[in-house]
Design a protein around this ligand. Structure first.
Ligand SMILES: Cc1cc2nc3c(=O)[nH]c(=O)nc-3n(C[C@H](O)[C@H](O)[C@H](O)COP(=O)(O)OP(=O)(O)OC[C@H]3O[C@@H](n4cnc5c(N)ncnc54)[C@H](O)[C@@H]3O)c2cc1C
Ligand code: SF4
Length: 523
């Protein structure tokens, strides 16, 4: 007996697809559609996400379901604790197709390779036709990115960014960049200033939906990393909009200048905190850029701040996503520098005498957030210099940040931070000694190590590790023209100094305790 397939079309909406303008809804009418949303254990645990990230996604999903219902959609929402919940998207989709006698399924393409693969399997396994639609919430469609990349020897973000400026018209006067330059990064490298004050982000009171989700996460994911004590992320479109206005009014004017600065106890500096909301679909990236541009034209924010911010969104964010789909699945296993050291335990506990790293892990645990320079030049730089295994580092980054989805996380980790892609993303590794961290932060003054010392047990570990990194990778990096100066300096050092430096780094590396397996990904 064949099942009745005259029912509605089922639109599956994933946890990071919380936008009313989603492509999978665009050609549907509520009369003939059931929207399926499902909280499944597999998605919460394929890496063991930070508790605050799980709470954010589940609460935002529940609020979005309510928003859709208010707009007239018929939403079939499966909660995590539903006794019939199979724990997997595949199982929930199959159950819903049968439950509604659906005549077809449609879905917007996912942000992760593993789910794209699962969808290919659904094409075979589902008894009805599956339509996978492009994710139009990104500004650069993937075919356009592939066309941009085709035939280029070097895929540098800067050239992509200029094309995106032309395409969107943002900060353009005809075909010329506003202010006469494309990029004002040189003005955006100020270190912290003593006595500087920073705006306090808005606090969003928890409604009953968020409180219920937080209680659920406390109970079901108590052994995951991180705390819920400071849960601060917007879970509705209105709250995300309020955070965006806070950024535009209070943070944007100073965004560029202090973009790279790190200050003890100031977890957000002048950063926007918008990535979690943008990545979930609560905010439209182009709208935010237009709002920022308007601040420049109104004379309320300087060009270096506005250009710097817009570059992050239409440049870096779009470029990173394009590179992910261009280079997957190879990007996930790339290990150009043959780095095999296990992730140290202190990446989870924060228990290290290195002040910069203990601060980065602390804010990560407290907020599911660390800003870009903490991710790149403290955590990423350490992982690069110490030769940590890219796959373990990637799992950690994917698990701990509220904004982490593989399309955004993996290229930043494997490409930008670890040079595991052999330089597809960055023409040279972002390797730096303690001097960089000292210049851009106030950490070193209260660190147990001495940033000015180069070797020995009291010396800042970044100093000897920097040379250790260059020395052990000389075969792969020694001819990189952008590293000519550091390699010349290394070769100019006396044999004795070089030996002492390498021994100092080795002695430090020998102290690293590997993390227990299973913290990020169940064994
Ligand atoms: C190792 C590493 C891992 C990262 N993992 C992620 C991730 O999983 N998801 C993610 O969205 N971003 C990731 N980033 C990029 C960036 O650090 C975060 O987007 C940013 O810190 C989020 O905080 P914010 O919203 O306050 O950003 P802001 O500093 O205010 O920047 C504004 C916006 O620009 C975008 N942006 C800036 N830089 C990047 C970038 N390199 N890649 C993508 N978007 C960018 C984000 O949407 C961000 O909200 C990572 C960076 C590094 C170095
Ligand atoms: S001295 Fe070195 S380890 Fe300590 S905070 Fe500075 S850079 Fe980090």
């Amino acid at each position: 007996m064949s099942a009745d397939r005259s029912g509605p079309v089922l639109v599956l909406i994933l946890g990071d697809q919380l936008s009313p303008a989603l492509s999978s809804l665009a050609d549907r009418h509520p009369d003939d559609t059931v929207v399926l949303m499902a909280e499944v254990m597999d998605e919460a645990t394929y890496v063991r996400h930070h508790k605050a990230k799980i709470a954010l996604v589940l609460s935002a999903m529940r609020h979005f379901a309510a928003e859709l219902r208010e707009a007239g959609w018929n939403v079939d929402y499966v909660e995590l604790d539903d006794p019939a919940n199979t724990g997997a998207l595949t199982g929930e989709l199959a159950r819903a197709v049968a439950r509604h006698g659906a005549r077809g399924v449609q879905v917007t393409e996912p942000g992760e390779w593993r789910l794209r693969q699962a969808m290919e399997q659904w094409r075979t396994d589902l008894p009805v036709r599956l339509r996978v639609l492009p994710d139009t919430r990104f500004i650069c469609p993937l075919p356009d990115f592939y066309a941009w990349a085709a035939g280029r020897k070097e895929l540098r973000m800067e050239w992509f960014y200029r094309d995106m400026r032309r395409k969107t018209g943002l900060l353009m006067e005809g075909d010329k960049p506003v202010g006469g330059r494309w990029n004002f990064d040189a003005e955006n490298r100020a270190g912290p200033e003593p006595g500087a004050t920073f705006p306090v982000p808005p606090h969003f009171a928890q409604d009953s939906t968020s409180s219920a989700v937080i209680a659920l996460v406390q109970q079901r994911f108590s052994n995951h990393f991180g705390t819920l004590d400071n849960f601060c992320w917007p879970v509705t479109r209105a709250a995300a909009q309020a955070l965006c206005m806070h950024f535009i009014n209070k943070r944007l004017p100073h965004f560029g200048r202090w973009q790279d600065a790190m200050v003890t106890g100031q977890d957000f500096v002048f950063h926007s905190l918008l990535a979690p909301a943008i990545n979930l679909g609560l905010l439209d990236p182009l709208d935010i850029c237009r709002a920022a541009e308007a601040e420049y034209h109104a004379g309320r924010a300087p060009i270096e701040a506005v250009e710097g911010f817009i570059r992050q969104i239409i440049g870096w964010r779009e470029y990173i996503r394009g590179m992910y789909w261009l280079d997957m699945p190879g990007m996930a296993t790339a290990n150009h520098l043959d780095a095999h050291r296990p992730l140290p335990d202190f990446w989870w506990t924060g228990e290290t005498k290195m002040r910069c790293l203990s601060e980065a892990v602390r804010t990560t645990r407290d907020n599911a957030y660390a800003h870009h320079i903490q991710r790149l030049m403290v955590l990423g730089n350490f992982a690069l210099l110490a030769g940590l295994k890219p796959a373990e580092v990637a799992d950690w980054f994917l698990a701990v940040y509220a904004d982490a989805y593989e399309w955004g996380e993996l290229p930043n980790v494997a490409g930008m931070a670890l040079h595991a892609d052999g330089g597809r993303l960055a023409s040279k590794p972002y390797a730096a000694s303690g001097a960089y961290i000292d210049r851009m932060s106030d950490y070193c003054g209260s660190c147990a190590y001495k940033v000015k010392l180069k070797t020995g047990p009291q010396a800042c570990p970044f100093n000897a590790l920097y040379w250790h990194f260059l020395a052990r990778n000389e075969g792969k990096l020694g001819r990189n023209p952008r590293l000519a100066q550091p390699y010349a300096n290394w070769r100019r050092m006396s044999e004795e100094k070089r030996t002492e430096t390498l021994a100092s780094a080795d002695a430090f590396l020998a102290t690293l305790e590997p993390a227990e397996p299973g913290w990020a990904r169940q064994a």
